[in-house]
Design a protein around this ligand. Sequence first.
Ligand code: HEC
Length: 316
Amino acid sequence: MLFSNKKAKWIKRVLLSFLSFVFAVPTFAQAGEATSTNLETMLIVVLSFVLIVAVLILIIGLYLVNIIKMILLEDKKQKAVAEGKEYVPVEEKSIWSKLMNKATDAVPIEEEETVMLDHDYDGIHELDNHLPPWWKWLFYATIVWGFIYYFVYHVFDVLPLSQEEYAIVMEDAKIAREATMALAGNNIDENNVELSVEADVLARGKTIYDRECVACHAPEGQGLIGPNFTDKYWLHGGSINDVFKTIKYGVPQKGMISWQSKLTPSDIRDVSNYILTFQGTTPKNPPAPKGPEGVEYIPQNQTNEAPAEQPAEVNS
Ligand code: HEC
């Protein structure tokens, strides 16, 4: 019998799981949504399919080789019997020991005489062994590798050298860091801050203003200890960039602290935009806006400015 009972069961199991896998594939592919992921899953499925088939073929092949060996052995035995001799199986060395023999080229102790030199150092003899082939293979391999390395890295510049690799990685890290910074709004500064009337920017700005600034600039921007924000007059400039800068660095000697350690750049952007919305409003609650301080700010670039139609002096 070709297959024993146990083996037959095992083969059946393998075949069954193989078939269920094959039938599961179309369902798999249909479940995918985007075509790219679909293609990827298909590729993985096909590759695993090929791998499984290859493994199966290998198993079957080994099995067949075994059978052929058995048949040949049987044949030899029969031949020996026919010739009236007793069959003596030749002891076959394992592939591993053959390989080891090849790799070490060791002379068996019984044959040491053949390589012994006639030097005799107080009874210590010298054997004229070959260099172990495994060592020579390694040596040749390093030479080959040296050539490959030389041509790949220095002649054809196919791959980056360590230093270039380092530069590339650093560059990638820089880009990634800039991206996260941009996401968090932390790359905003007085040079690139932009005017915004977006509702969420102003809402966040109001929250910060009500928490940090009302004490000195009053709830409606009419000014208290600090100057008012309702007119066009500014001590330190009225563009978004100026305002951002004043808030960021403060005017410590005049009682306006620097906020850059307490607020993030995006916070400062938000609150800057928020206080610009006070411009032109007339606060209902006293104290009435403090008188204008500083010089009138005339926007350079109309399109980039918040509307400021109100007369310069709100205060009567
Ligand atoms: C402790 C009081 C105090 C607090 C709190 C305060 N400021 Fe001021 N602020 C001042 C004073 C005083 C000045 C005037 C500085 C000067 O005379 O140069 C000023 C000036 C300013 C100016 C410049 C005005 C101009 O005319 O150029 C801006 C803008 C400003 N503050 C925004 C803010 C914001 C935003 C906050 C909250 C994050 C804030 N301030 C919190 C006291 C304060």
